[in-house]
Structure formats: structure tokens, C-alpha cells
Design a protein around this ligand. Structure first.
Ligand code: NDP
Length: 237
């Protein structure tokens, strides 16, 4: 049974990914940040172990990934999904908001991937999937920090694929469009309905529609797909 770590796997897109993969027979472990009660309920309901740690804290991340490997054994697949927004125009942005997004959404790739990649290379199998965003490709006013971080993931994926393809490891990104989760509920209602008007499909994605594509990329059927970005955005970009 292949073992998968899904970061931010307790809520929104991540929860849909965790549950979809669990239902397909994967041994799923989910991480979260600070939503302890929700994560405990999620864990109980779906029988998925959860680990709480802040991905923007390199030492906490290193230590918890070590604990996960010790408790569960080698990880075959990583879905790095956790992410945040701290929106605001760049000319008003504080260094804090810039750093928080870069640290959580991009720099965390190092801490979550580095402890897993050597084992994957030794075992000649691995699946690494990073959740980017349509806004990494098309840009979005008010999201310079987020767009920079999510575009960074795409470059990371391309280089990682070149380094690891010969070892049976695929490294891909998924760039979702606007998806019905807490992150999108936080957008002002009037602004959100304007955004939905710009989506050719005229609706948000369901988290399960993103999760199904993760299930495909992680499967043996996708063994020859490497270094790419899958766009799931209702025709928006
Ligand atoms: P949510 O806000 O619903 O959930 C975010 C998840 O990330 C939660 O599990 C949260 O944990 C976790 N998380 C946040 N910050 C940290 C941190 N510092 N350390 C560890 N875990 C953290 O997000 P979505 O489900 O909407 O988004 C999932 C991913 O998809 C994100 O990377 C997002 O950028 C991306 N995306 C989302 C889109 C959308 O429209 N929703 C569109 C395109 C991309 P906790 O519950 O503890 O807070």
C-alpha cells in the first residue's frame, strides 16, 4: 500500500485529496497548522492520522516530518497542498505579509521534500505533487506575494523532474482555478461574484474536482507525466 503525505490535508482541497486517496486504498497521512479541533474530528471521521505543525517554521517542520517517518515508515508520495493568502496591493504590502506567504507557500517545499526525496530515489519510486494556482500563470492584482510563491513552485517542479525522472519519480504541479473552500469564502461576496463572471464555466470548482486529478497524477497511469503543470480552472486560463 503506497503511503501519501498531504499537507493541509484536513480542510478544503487538501481534505478532498486525503479522502479521495484514502478511498482508493492509499495509506494517507494529513498535516495541518493550528485547527486542532477540526483536524481531530476529521481524523476520527476518516481514520486518517493528522499532524499539526507550522510549515513556515523550518525547525518544527523538520522535526514533525522526522516523527511522521518514524511512526509510519517511508513516504512514497507527497501532495504539498497547504497554502495561505495575505492579499493587498504591493505598494501597501508589509514585509511580514510578503514573508509569511513566501515562507508558507514556497520555502516550505524544502522542508517537506528534502527529508523524503533520498528515500524515494533509493526505492526508485516517488510521486511529488505541488498545488500551485491559476494566479501563478495569469497574475492577480493584490496577490504579488501569492503569485510569486505559486509561480516559484512551477519552476521548482520543472527542475526536480529533470533531477529525478530517471529514478522513477514524477514531479508535477496542479494549478487550480477558484475552488469552493474557506480560502475563497474569505473573499468579499461582491468581488467573488465578479470573479465568477470571468470564469467561462460560470462556477467555482468543487474540491473533489481537484482531488480527482491528484488521484490520476499519483497513479501508475501517469508514470510518463513529469515536470508539467495541470490547469484545472473551468477554462479561465
Ligand atoms: P484552505 O484555506 O481551505 O486550507 C488551507 C490548508 O492549509 C489548511 O489545512 C491549513 O491548516 C493549512 N495551512 C495553512 N497555513 C499553514 C501553515 N503555516 N502550516 C501548515 N499548514 C498550513 O485552502 P484551500 O483548500 O482553498 O487551498 C489549498 C491549496 O490550494 C492552497 O495552497 C491554495 O493556495 C491552493 N489554491 C486554492 C484555490 C482556491 O480557490 N481555493 C485556487 C488555487 C490554488 P489549518 O486547518 O490548521 O489552518
Amino acid at each position: 500500500m503506497r503511503r501519501v503525505l498531504v499537507t493541509g490535508g484536513n480542510r478544503g482541497i487538501g481534505a478532498a485529496i486525503s479522502v479521495t486517496l484514502k478511498n482508493l486504498g492509499y495509506d494517507v497521512i494529513a498535516s495541518y497548522n493550528s485547527n486542532h479541533e477540526q483536524a481531530a474530528n476529521f481524523s476520527k471521521e476518516y481514520k486518517i492520522p493528522v499532524y499539526g505543525f507550522d510549515l513556515s517554521d523550518p525547525l518544527a517542520t523538520e522535526s514533525k516530518i522526522g516523527e511522521i517517518l518514524k511512526n509510519h515508515g517511508p513516504i512514497d508520495c507527497l501532495v504539498h497542498n497547504a497554502g495561505i493568502t495575505r492579499d493587498g496591493f504591493f505598494h501597501k504590502m508589509t514585509l511580514d505579509r510578503w514573508q509569511e506567504v513566501l515562507q508558507t507557500n514556497l520555502f516550505s517545499c524544502f522542508q517537506v521534500t528534502r527529508p523524503l526525496i533520498e528515500g524515494m530515489r533509493e526505492r526508485n519510486f516517488g510521486r511529488l505533487i505541488y498545488i500551485s494556482s491559476v494566479n501563478a500563470l495569469k497574475g492577480q492584482a493584490g496577490q504579488t506575494n501569492y503569485c510569486a510563491a505559486k509561480a516559484g513552485l512551477i519552476g521548482f517542479v520543472k527542475a526536480m523532474a529533470l533531477e529525478n525522472a530517471a529514478k522513477g519519480i514524477t514531479v508535477n504541479a496542479i494549478a487550480p482555478g477558484y475552488t469552493s473552500t474557506d480560502m475563497v469564502s474569505a473573499i468579499d461576496e461582491a468581488v467573488l461574484s465578479k470573479i465568477i463572471e470571468t470564469i467561462p464555466a460560470k462556477r467555482l470548482a468543487a474540491p473533489e474536482e481537484i482531488a480527482d486529478s491528484v488521484a490520476y497524477l499519483i497513479s501508475d497511469k501517469a508514470s510518463y507525466i513529469n515536470g508539467t503543470t495541470l490547469h484545472i480552472n473551468g477554462g479561465m486560463y
